[in-house]
Design a protein around this ligand. Structure first.
Ligand code: COA
Length: 180
């Protein structure tokens, strides 16, 4: 078994390695996966993304983690946390997000993994509030936000998606560490 930062019942969460580049490139170039993004990623963009995640992990102790199924050791995509510096009016904030290979959709992996990441964020990293955003059209992703206990805060027009009628109307969900 790989050297995981943490695990959930069926998933292992780790930092990225260069061997992940081809698999993640395939996922991020898939039209179905990228339905709610303005474009599919090129191999160069995915390599840059992975390097950015490695740096974020070194600096913050979190990133969108590379995720494996523990039963098969298969890499399935990413679930995790990302520091969003300055892309939106409510930045900076820490985002929770996910992108999995369609081969593994519909098994509850995104929900299981995101719940575990929130636990890691609040208990280990001592973070206070996590946000998540998606186009309103991305029903599956919004369902994951609700299933992990996040609450809808507001809708907004994404400045980078302005003019794209399918994607520009977005929603922001939030969850905060429970104080006892
Ligand atoms: C979003 C994504 C991670 C979900 O992965 P997943 O492992 O299949 O998700 P889960 O099985 O944990 O949960 C998906 C939930 O979405 C809901 N859902 C699935 N298909 C749906 C549909 N067509 N309509 C409404 N809800 C749907 C269900 O509530 C389902 O949960 P349940 O059936 O177990 O109650 C995956 O589809 C993905 O990688 N999409 C592309 C990337 C992406 O859009 N990322 C988010 C960017 S904002």
């Amino acid at each position: 078994m790989a050297d995981y930062i943490f695990t959930s019942q069926r998933l292992g969460f780790r930092n990225w390695v260069s061997a992940d580049v081809p698999s993640m490139t395939e996922i991020s170039a898939n039209k179905e996966v990228m339905e709610f993004f303005p474009y599919e990623a090129t191999p160069a963009q995915t390599k840059t993304f992975i390097e950015r995640m490695q740096t974020m992990f070194t600096e913050n102790g979190y990133c969108y983690f590379a995720v494996d199924r523990i039963d098969t050791n298969e890499f399935i995509g990413f679930i995790g946390l990302c520091y969003q510096k300055n892309n939106l009016s409510f930045s900076p904030y820490i985002d929770i997000g996910w992108r999995l290979s369609p081969k593994h959709w519909g098994n509850g992996f995104a929900t299981e993994g995101a719940k575990r990441c929130l636990q890691y964020a609040f208990e280990k990293l001592k973070l206070k509030t996590i946000l998540s955003t998606a186009p309103l059209a991305n029903i599956k992703s919004i369902a994951v936000m609700e299933k992990i206990g996040m609450s809808k805060k507001f809708e907004f027009i994404h400045p980078k998606l302005l003019g794209n009628k399918y994607l520009e109307n977005c929603v922001c969900y939030s969850v905060s560490k429970k104080t006892s």
